[in-house]
Design a protein around this ligand. Structure first.
Ligand code: RFL
Ligand code: PHB
Length: 389
């Protein structure tokens, strides 16, 4: 079997890249270790930047997003029992769209299937070889049969725990990492959101986030300790803890109900450099992770895909140097989003070793932020997404 681009992973990066390449006449095969249903069952991101929406439009998969996505013109920060609105649209002229990663992935899967593009789900023992040459190949086992795919390039879209980054010789890659001393416990429930905009809450008991997927489906998170288990958290315990972290009038408006998903995610900042190793490219979470506080992970995955799509189109149009810019272009945007996500995480969470000075600094920064148009503009321009240059 032979193709132009072998894409490892059918998460949002892999599927979006596959769709954009196919629309540019570049053949690709997606190889995913899980089933499609498993991929759709992972509840993750909810906030899309305009740059991501633009790429989904170019991929021809934005019809449902435009019909069902909820444009948001602002977000709220809550601390000291007070809610403060950041006017994203007024400060930047831009808004974000609330539309779940699950739905983005479903739209991309449907489009891929409708276009009859080759996709292998439930591929075991995926391996990547020969990417120090012009003839890389991918191997996998499916139903006991071993398969090999030859390609011009391999796109490693296989997430943080994937095989592509792990296959790079250790001396050829530099890893930058910060692990935070807490996680997020998230609950998805079919209840109307407590507020029409997202609320990021700084509270002495820990951070909380009120998010949503639609007018009838809410997503809430509370900061938790790293050693906590989902099974220890009943729905009642979760709702009670969330209410404690909200102002009284907001807590009184919270509609609770049975959870339809509950999970704990650790928080991490991580960047691998470079993102290109011969004919292998790392894309999305395979190359970098941000803590979810700035809502940047999926959006960065999309911008990586945008840069790689541009590079591969250039390559196949007779301008091979275009591909040389992938890693530097993507990393310039990634580091800025890393900075924003780290800063917002530092601002909003309780850190076990902060001390009284640390607490006072956090509060002074929050007070300064909501009293300064300059500071709110800086937050807003990062939140809506920096331009892709
Ligand atoms: P994914 O989604 O992890 O997909 C990788 C795919 O590769 C497959 N795979 C393999 N396939 C073949 N062979 C192997 N050896 C393989 N190993 C793995 C996996 O099964 C999977 O299907 O990476 P991708 O496509 O790069 O997408 C990245 C995003 O998923 C991620 O950045 C976001 O979800 C992060 N994120 C958020 N991002 C935002 O932009 N806005 C948000 O509001 C937001 N909220 C979040 C988030 C992530 C969270 N968690 C759980 C980490 C909220 C949370 C709680
Ligand atoms: C979500 O809805 O899952 C979500 C929203 C905003 C974030 C992180 C997660 O910053």
């Amino acid at each position: 079997m032979k193709t132009q681009v072998a894409i490892i992973g059918a998460g949002p990066s892999g599927l979006l890249l596959g769709q954009l390449l196919a629309r540019s006449g570049i053949a690709n095969v997606v190889i995913e270790q899980r089933s499609a249903d498993y991929v759709l069952g992972r509840i993750r991101a909810g906030v899309l930047e305009q740059t991501t929406v633009d790429l989904l439009e170019q991929a021809g998969v934005a019809a449902r997003l435009h019909a069902e996505g909820l444009p948001h013109d602002g977000v709220e920060l809550c601390f000291g029992g007070q809610r403060h609105r950041i006017d994203l649209l007024g400060l930047t002229g831009k808004r974000v769209v609330v539309y779940g990663q699950t739905e983005v992935t479903r739209d991309l899967m449907d489009a891929r299937q409708a276009a009859g593009l080759p996709t292998v789900y439930e591929a075991d023992e995926v391996t990547v070889h020969g990417f120090d040459s012009a003839t890389p190949h991918v191997g996998w086992l499916k139903d006991g049969v071993r398969h090999t795919l030859q390609a011009d390039f391999i796109a490693g879209c296989d997430g943080f725990h994937g095989v592509c980054r792990a296959s790079v010789p250790p001396g050829a890659i530099t890893l930058h990492e910060k692990v935070y001393p807490f996680g997020w416990l998230g609950v998805l429930a079919d209840v109307p959101p407590v507020s029409h905009e997202l609320i990021y809450v700084h509270h002495e008991r820990g951070f909380a986030l009120c998010s949503q997927r639609s007018k009838v489906r809410s997503r809430y998170y509370v900061q938790c300790a790293l050693d906590e288990q989902v099974a220890q958290w009943s729905d009642d315990a979760f709702w009670a803890e969330l209410k404690r972290r909200l102002p009284d009038d907001t807590a009184a408006q919270l509609v609770t109900g049975p959870s339809i998903e509950k999970s704990i995610a650790p928080l991490r900042s991580f960047v691998a450099e470079p993102l290109r190793f011969g004919t292998l490219f790392l894309v999305g979470d395979a190359g970098h992770i941000v803590p979810p506080t700035g809502a940047k992970g999926l959006n960065l995955a999309a911008s990586d895909v945008g840069y790689l799509w541009q590079g591969l189109r250039g390559h196949y149009a007779g301008h091979p140097a275009e591909l040389d810019h992938y890693a530097s272009r993507a990393l310039a945007r990634i580091w800025k989003a890393e900075r924003f996500s780290w800063w917002m995480t530092s601002l909003m969470h309780q850190f076990p070793d902060a001390g009284s000075f640390g607490h006072k600094m956090q509060r002074a920064e929050l007070d300064y932020l909501v009293g300064s148009t300059a500071a709110m503009t800086a937050l807003a321009e990062n939140y809506v997404g920096l331009p892709m240059v």
